[in-house]
Unconditional design. Sequence first.
Length: 242
Amino acid sequence: MRRWLEVFVLGFSETRSLTHPYLAREIQPSIWLLSDAPRRSGPYRRSELVAWEQEPDAVMNAIRQAGQDRVALCVMTTDRAQAQIEKDRYKQLGFRFNGTEPLFIADLNTGTPPPQRAEIVRVTSEQGADRVKKAARSRQITAADLVSPAPSVRLYAAFDGEDALGWVRSVTTHPDRAWVSNLYVRNEARGQGIGRSLMATMLADDAKHGIQQSVLLASGAGARLYPHLGYTQQGILCIFTQ
């Protein structure tokens, strides 16, 4: 689990760093703090604390030592029964429970799903990135990653003319591991196999780049899709805010 949590922590940090560096560091064993680098101007974003196999007292102590007064807390558990226990424990400490998201892992050594019917392209031009940015209402990839031979982030999209219908990112966090970020298909394009095609194309490209394990957190709809693409659920992330 620690191996997969590192992928989540580093991948999330990378995607949050598009506008300003959002740094990740392990402040205690299996407790990571993600927070804005020093800023010259503008408000600081909420920090995130990610914990695995830690007692609440240790987590609270880590928050105090880090000097954080506004933090979102993510606690990884192995199953729903443990998730309920953590929910009750942290609510007693004044945290608001915001829900759970299952953690899924795909082993690409066993193969990748075949391409689907929707046409998917890897975005490697500013024009393509701008089209996705317009639809997503936020930039999804840096200019450097568009042209780098070894990019940290690869962006894939389905287009209808000038319009981006859906997109997904693969974020390389380790030489053999990648984080799946922001799979999204616009409402009017759903039910056409675009999400499955985006994932299949990305995973095939992941394998070509040496990725052996793909890690993601799932929404309700995604949790139904991902097992068909070779993913298995390995944990449940409990999300809290103060």
